[in-house]
Design a binder for this molecule. Sequence first.
Ligand code: UDP
Ligand code: UDP
Length: 458
Amino acid sequence: MSDESVHVAMFPSAGMGHLTPFLRLATLFLNNNCKLTLIIPFPTVTHAESQLLSHFHSSFPQINLIPFHLPPPPSPPISGDPMFIRVKTLRESTHLLPPLITSLSPPLSIFISDIFLVTPLLSITQKLSIPNYTLFTSSASMFSFVSNFPTLAHSKFDLSDEIHIPGIPFSPLPYSSMPPILFQPTLFRDFIMEDSPNLTKLDGFFLNTFEALESHSLKAFSDGKVVKDMPPLYPVGPFLPLEVEGEASSPPLISWLNDQTIGSVVYVCFGSRTALRRDQMREIGFGLLRSGYNFLWVVKDKIVDKEDEEIGLEEVLGVELVERMKEKGLVIKEWVDQTKILSHKSVGGFVSHCGWNSIMEAALNGVPILGWPQHSDQKINAGLVEFSGWGVWNKSWGWGGECVVKGEEIGDAIKEIMDNELLKVKAMEIKEGARKAISVGGDCEVTIKKLIQKLKNN
Ligand code: UDP
Ligand code: UDP
C-alpha cells in the first residue's frame, strides 16, 4: 500500500496558539505522503488565522481544506473571551460533522482534533469507527494537570496549599500556580470537567514536546503513573516553523536585528491573544529603558487582532514613551514573525508569557527566558522552564492584572537574565536536545513513521 492510503483529518479549534501547531503537525504527515483533510471553522476568530490558512493552502495545494461553516453567533451576543465563546459554539456544532466526514474519500485513517473538543467528537468518531487522536497544544506537565483534573477539581484547597500532581517533575505546586480559569465557575471549567474523564477513551495524543525536556512526564505517563490506562502519547516536537508563517508579517525588523550585536537584544512578546493592561505596558516600557539593553517589543492592546488594528501605539503607551523608546529599540503593534526573531543571532533573551508554542520556539533556538505567566497553563509551563534551568520566573509578579509590576523591577529582571551565563549554557543544551529530537532518524521521525505504519495496518 502506498502512504497515500493514510488519510489524516484535522480539526483545530480557535486562535493562532492552536492553529499553528496543527499546521506544523500537518506537515509531518504531508512529508510522509499522507493525504490531508483540514476541517476549518469559518469565519476564523482572528485575521492572523485566515492569513496563515490562505498562505498554507497556497503552499500545499494538494490538501483538502473544508470550511466548517458555523451557525450565526447568538443574539444578543454572549460577552466574554471570544476564543472561549468560539469553542462553545464548536462544541455545540459537532453534529454537523458526520455527513462531512463520511463523504471523504478514501475513508479516514485518523481524526486529530483539538483538546478543547474531546467529548463532543468522541461519540462521532466512535460511531464511525475512526481512530480519534488529540493534539494537546501545551506541555506534558500541563497534560498531567489536565489528566488529573477531575480529582483536583473535587479536592478542597487552601490558598497556602502545595498540590501534588503526578507526572509534573516540579510537583508539588503552589495553589497559586493552578490555572485560575479552571478553579472558578467558567465555561472552560465545565468543558475540562466533562472531557478529562474521557481522555482514556481516545486512541492517542500528540504533544509538541521532546524527551530531553520532558522525559519525567513522558515516562510517568507511559508507566501508568499519571492516569491508569491512558492511551499512548506521541511526543513529536519541537514542531518546526513553516516557511509560510512569515508571509503574513510585514514589519522591517530583520534588517534592524542584523545591525545589532550578537545576543544583545531582548525580545518581548506575550503571544497571540494576551492584551496587558495599559498601565502595565507603560511600566514594561520604562523597564526596557532601564535594562540598558536593546529591545524588540510586540505590544497588544486587545485579545483579537481585528479590534487591535484601529488603535495606535501612542494611544497605548503615550507619545513621550514611544519617542524615548525609539533610541534603544523597536516597538511594534502588529503581527511579527516570531520564529524568525527567536532564531536571529542578535536575540539574547525572551520575556514571554510562557504560552507553549513560544516556549518550544525558544527551545528550538536556545533562547533564555524571563517568564511572566499571565493566565491559563502559563505558570505550569514557566515552572517547567525554570526546573529545566534555561529561564527564570518571578513568582511575586502574580497572574496578569493581579498587580502592576514596576518598571524598575522589570528592568532589573531583564538585566539579570541577559547577563546570566548559566542560563545561556542551559538554553544551548535544551536546543541541542530539541535539534536531536527532530534530526534525521530522531525521535520525531521514528514516532511518526511508526504511527503511520500502525494506521496502515489497521
Ligand atoms: N506569534 C507570532 N507573532 C506575534 C505573536 C505571536 O508569530 O506577533 C506566534 C508565536 O510564534 C506562537 C503563537 O503565535 O507560535 C502563540 O502561541 P503561544 O502558545 O505562545 O501563546 P498564545 O498566543 O496561545 O497565548
Ligand atoms: N489548556 C489546555 N491545553 C492547552 C491550552 C490550554 O488544556 O493547550 C487549558 C488550560 O487549562 C487553560 C485553558 O485551557 O487554563 C484556557 O486556555 P487558553 O485558551 O487561555 O489557552 P491558549 O489560548 O493560550 O492556548
